[in-house]
Design a protein around this ligand. Structure first.
Ligand SMILES: NC(=O)C1=CN([C@@H]2O[C@H](COP(=O)(O)OP(=O)(O)OC[C@H]3O[C@@H](n4cnc5c(N)ncnc54)[C@H](O)[C@@H]3O)[C@@H](O)[C@H]2O)C=CC1
Ligand SMILES: C[C@H](O)[C@@H]1OC(=O)[C@H](O)[C@@H]1O
Length: 254
């Protein structure tokens, strides 16, 4: 069953990892897809090609989500290509692991700007378009298990993920009257570019695996079903919710 037939789905940070899997997953469910991407033209174009091979339409729009101008341009390009916006997956993010005591100001600033400010601008731009269309919509933010628990080398990152989750809660209230649902997914540890270096440490990787009751770390595709569900009419009474997708890592105290 295709859950997103006829819908236009926008994904930020859509050329790699979870965003790419979500973009392709949405296309498999019948959506036309616009991806925002930061840098690699090749990866963005290959994502577009993969979606087109599925018989759906796709565009890639380059832009830094931390720049407030990027969000308006992304939405405008999607509307020009597909006529409307039904779903936003706010996914772009960075996690430059670093210790607290000597954390550079620039690293804190950039992480906040990309992960939290970027999500805010994108949510606002997509919501404006959805309100103008007058037919509701769905916004899914990729938050994290890190919204709920800390990380020694993530003191600048975990607050952004808690912030993104909080943004979805407040946006759910602000946008409910327009029929726009806002939810977050909270992935556990998923094997992507963002943690390739961190998990190259065999001991760290084995530890993270040992904390996961389902016995393995996640793949980007593990996040697709939850995102598609929240984007779809199957979740029509779900808003302001947070869905942990972590193989059970969060509840595994002992
Ligand atoms: N991999 C993991 O274990 C987890 C990841 N997440 C979140 O998932 C999201 C996606 O990350 P992954 O797929 O894991 O890693 P990734 O590194 O493959 O994806 C992040 C994407 O965001 C893009 N991006 C970074 N800065 C950007 C900017 N300024 N403007 C536009 N795009 C930008 C990157 O180019 C990349 O495509 C992030 O928000 C991350 O915090 C959440 C929980 C766990
Ligand atoms: C980058 C981390 O490995 C990843 O990101 C998160 O949000 C979680 O903390 C994961 O472990």
């Amino acid at each position: 069953m295709k859950l997103l037939e006829g819908k236009t789905v926008l994904v930020t940070g859509g050329s790699t990892g979870i965003g790419r899997a979500a973009a392709i997953g949405a296309a498999r469910h019948g959506a036309d897809v616009a991806i925002n991407y930061a840098s690699s033209d090749d990866k963005a174009h290959s994502c577009v090609a993969e979606i087109e091979a599925l018989g759906q339409r796709a565009i890639a729009v380059k832009g830094d989500v931390a720049d407030p101008a990027t969000s308006g341009e992304f939405v405008a390009r999607a509307v020009a290509a597909f006529g409307r916006v039904d779903v936003l997956v706010s996914n772009a993010g960075i996690c430059p692991f670093h210790a607290l005591l000597d954390m550079p100001v620039e690293t804190v600033d950039r992480t906040f700007r990309v992960n939290l400010h970027g999500a805010y601008y994108m949510v606002q731009a997509a919501a404006r378009q959805m309100v103008e269309q007058g037919e509701g919509g769905a916004i899914i933010a990729v938050s994290s298990i890190s919204a709920l628990v800390g990380g020694e080398f993530q003191t600048h990152y975990t607050p952004t993920k808690a912030g993104v989750h909080s943004l979805m809660q407040s946006a759910a209230i602000a946008l409910g009257k327009h029929g726009i649902r806002c939810n977050s997914v909270l992935p556990g540890t998923i094997l992507t570019e963002i943690n390739k270096d961190d998990l190259a440490d065999d001991a760290k990787r084995a530890y993270m695996e040992s904390r996961t009751p389902l016995g393995r770390l996640g793949q980007p595709e593990d996040i697709v079903g939850p995102i598609v569900f929240l984007a779809s009419d199957m979740a029509e009474y779900v808003t302001g919710a947070a869905l942990l997708v972590d193989g059970g890592m969060f509840v595994n105290l002992q």
